[in-house]
Structure formats: structure tokens, C-alpha cells
Write a protein that binds this ligand. Structure first.
Ligand code: TXA
Ligand code: MG
Length: 318
């Protein structure tokens, strides 16, 4: 792990080539996707994957998503039921991660899956991410590029603030267009929602032709055994309170829709805009070191994932 400042690379051919060469050397490279910035490493290189956990100070039981450029590459690593085909046809490339049974001889570091018999795999839509995956030519393990438990990064600057010299390079491709992590669906073999995210459940239901199950979060204070279900997550340093109509003394108010507030997720009440702004607003308010009150956000469409992230940001800290 280097203590010097990371290289800031443009998302052009020369920046992508440098980023791919660093990945090949086993270095950590933060790169943009349409959801959030990822902290990437060669998923076959145990030392590189271990460096991800170290840089994030991430609990080792929490496995990583592997990023690939296309369906054919995903099929080298995981079993591929018909439902995977339906969902991949409908939503890849895009903000959807599928958790599927690992194939034998997958060649990935066991640290990627934290010893689970399944693998989370995703094909991101961001052109620069696809270019990096193709230039590197291998599977890239990448969690969100933030210290574990803290607010996810949607700009290169967020990554720099959070991880600084713990990464070799950051590919800067501007703010993320979706702004929420991918929706995670497990297929075992029936679909189950493991994390609400940048692809609304309604769209997945439409593709599947009906409703599907949701894995419940563990109750507060209970030992977390299932990955992706940590109660406190995405947390600013200060306390956060949801469904606030007005700010209490000392609080800053994060609004939604037309209202008086300190910052607004979307003045017009647009959930896509609110999703894209969410983490940047939390990063900005976090710097004020004042408790944060957040106005009610509807629970349909992307509002489900926005409320999920806010609830985890508001949860008691471990
Ligand atoms: O949009 C995203 O998904 C971003 C970008 C960078 O792709 N990545 C991301 O990674 O959000 P991360 O590590 O912050 O979240 C991955 C989630 C974790 O909650 C982890 O527990 C879950 O995926 N996960 C990974 N492998 C799993 C598996 N085999 N079974 C169940 N959950 C898994
Ligand atoms: Mg994360």
C-alpha cells in the first residue's frame, strides 16, 4: 500500500491503458461506473484483493462484486440458469448484480467470495468502465471505493477524500449518472432481492413477469451473518434523522421536492435526480459536522434504494 498521492487519470485511451497496466501489476485502481466509483483489483490475485480489504478496512466476511465486460465472460465464472439470461438480456450492461453459484476451476481468489460458494457478478454500463475491463482483459473485483461503512463515492474527489494514498490511481470520469449501488439479485435458483439499488424492483418484476422475494435485513444488534445486510452503513460522521418535515435546532435539512432547506436532493421531486445527488449531498453535509435531517422520500422506484441507504445511514453505529 502506497502512502503517496494517487495518480489521477483521465478516462481517455492513455488513462485507461495506465489503469489497466496498474491492475496487471496487482495495484488498486479506483474507477467510475454508472452506479458509484469502485475500488478495483485483479480478482485472481489474492494479494491485490487483500489490499482492497485493507484499504477499506472492510470486515473479511463481506464478499466483493466481480466486474466483467460481457455475459460471455461472466459465464466463465458462474452457473447460468435461464433466469440469469432473462435478467442479463434485460438489464446488462447496467446497475444490476447477479449472485450465482461459482463454477469449479474459476481461478478467482477465495478472498473475493469470502469463502462463499456463490459469486456476485456485474457488467457495468459506463463506457470508461467497459474500456478498462476490456483493456485489462480479466475479472476486476471492486467494492464501492469508500472506507467500510462510510458514504459511497460518486466523484473522483470523494474517492480521494476517503481513500487518498491507499490507491495507486483514480480514473476520473466525472459524477456517476445513477448514483446508487447496483441492485443485487440472488438466483438460488429463484430470484431474491439481496440489496435494493440503482435498478428499481418494479423493472425487475416486469422482466420476470411477477413479484419476487426480498431477503429481510437482520434485526438491529443481531450478529450479521448474511453479507450485504449490514444495518449501519453509508454513514456520515454526524447523526442522521429521516422523514423530517423541518430541521430541529442545530440540524441541517436535506430536502426533497419544493421546500425550504439547506440542500435539496431534487427540487422537482425527481427520484432519478435525487438518487444521483444522494451521496454527494451526504458528503457535503458531512463536512459541516452537524446532525442531518432528511425530508421524506417516496418509497417507489429508486425511492426504495434511497430510503434503504438513508435508513442505514441513520442506524445506530457499531
Ligand atoms: O454498484 C455497485 O454494486 C458497486 C460498483 C463499484 O459496482 N459496488 C458495490 O460493491 O457496491 P460493495 O462491495 O460496496 O457491495 C457489494 C455487496 C456487498 O453488500 C456484499 O455483501 C454483496 O454485494 N455480495 C457480494 N458477494 C456476494 C455473495 N456471494 N452473496 C451475497 N452477497 C454478496
Ligand atoms: Mg459499499
Amino acid at each position: 500500500m502506497t502512502e503517496t498521492s494517487p495518480l489521477i487519470l483521465q478516462a481517455d485511451a492513455s488513462g485507461i491503458a495506465t489503469a489497466a497496466a496498474l491492475l496487471t501489476k496487482g495495484a488498486l485502481v479506483a474507477f467510475p461506473t454508472e452506479t458509484v466509483y469502485g475500488l478495483g483489483a485483479d480478482a485472481r490475485d489474492g494479494g491485490a484483493v487483500a489490499a482492497i480489504y485493507a484499504a477499506k478496512e472492510r470486515p473479511s466476511f463481506n464478499p466483493l462484486i466481480v466486474h466483467v465486460p460481457d455475459v460471455a465472460t461472466a459465464q466463465r465464472y458462474v452457473a447460468w440458469p435461464e433466469t440469469a439470461d432473462i435478467l442479463a438480456q434485460a438489464f446488462w450492461p447496467g446497475p444490476l448484480t447477479l449472485v450465482l453459484p461459482l463454477l469449479p476451476d474459476h481461478g478467482l481468489s477465495s478472498l473475493v467470495t469470502a469463502g462463499l460458494p456463490t459469486l456476485a457478478v456485474r457488467v457495468p454500463a459506463q463506457a470508461s468502465a467497459k474500456a478498462l475491463l476490456e483493456a485489462f482483459g480479466g475479472p476486476v473485483a471492486a467494492p464501492s471505493a469508500n472506507p467500510s461503512g462510510r458514504i459511497s463515492p460518486t466523484t473522483a474527489d470523494h474517492v480521494l477524500q476517503g481513500l487518498g494514498g491507499r490507491v495507486a490511481a483514480i480514473v476520473d470520469d466525472g459524477p456517476c449518472s445513477v448514483g446508487l449501488e447496483s441492485t443485487i439479485i440472488g438466483l438460488d435458483p429463484d430470484p431474491v432481492l439481496l440489496r435494493a439499488g440503482g435498478l428499481p424492483s418494479e423493472a425487475i418484476e416486469a422482466a420476470l413477469g411477477g413479484p419476487f422475494h426480498t431477503m429481510a435485513s437482520p434485526p438491529e444488534n443481531e450478529q450479521v451473518t448474511a453479507p450485504g445486510q449490514l444495518v449501519s452503513h453509508y454513514a456520515p460522521a454526524a447523526a442522521l434523522r429521516m422523514n423530517a418535515q423541518t430541521a430541529r435546532a442545530g440540524e441541517v435539512l436535506l430536502g426533497f421536492g419544493p421546500m425550504t432547506c439547506d440542500l435539496n436532493l431534487s427540487e422537482t421531486g425527481d427520484l432519478h435526480e435525487a438518487a444521483a445527488n444522494l451521496f454527494d449531498c451526504l458528503h457535503q453535509l458531512d463536512k459541516l459536522h452537524r446532525p442531518i435531517a432528511v425530508a421524506p422520500v417516496p418509497t417507489h422506484g429508486l425511492g426504495r434504494a434511497i430510503n434503504d441507504r438513508l435508513a442505514r445511514a441513520a442506524a445506530p453505529r457499531p
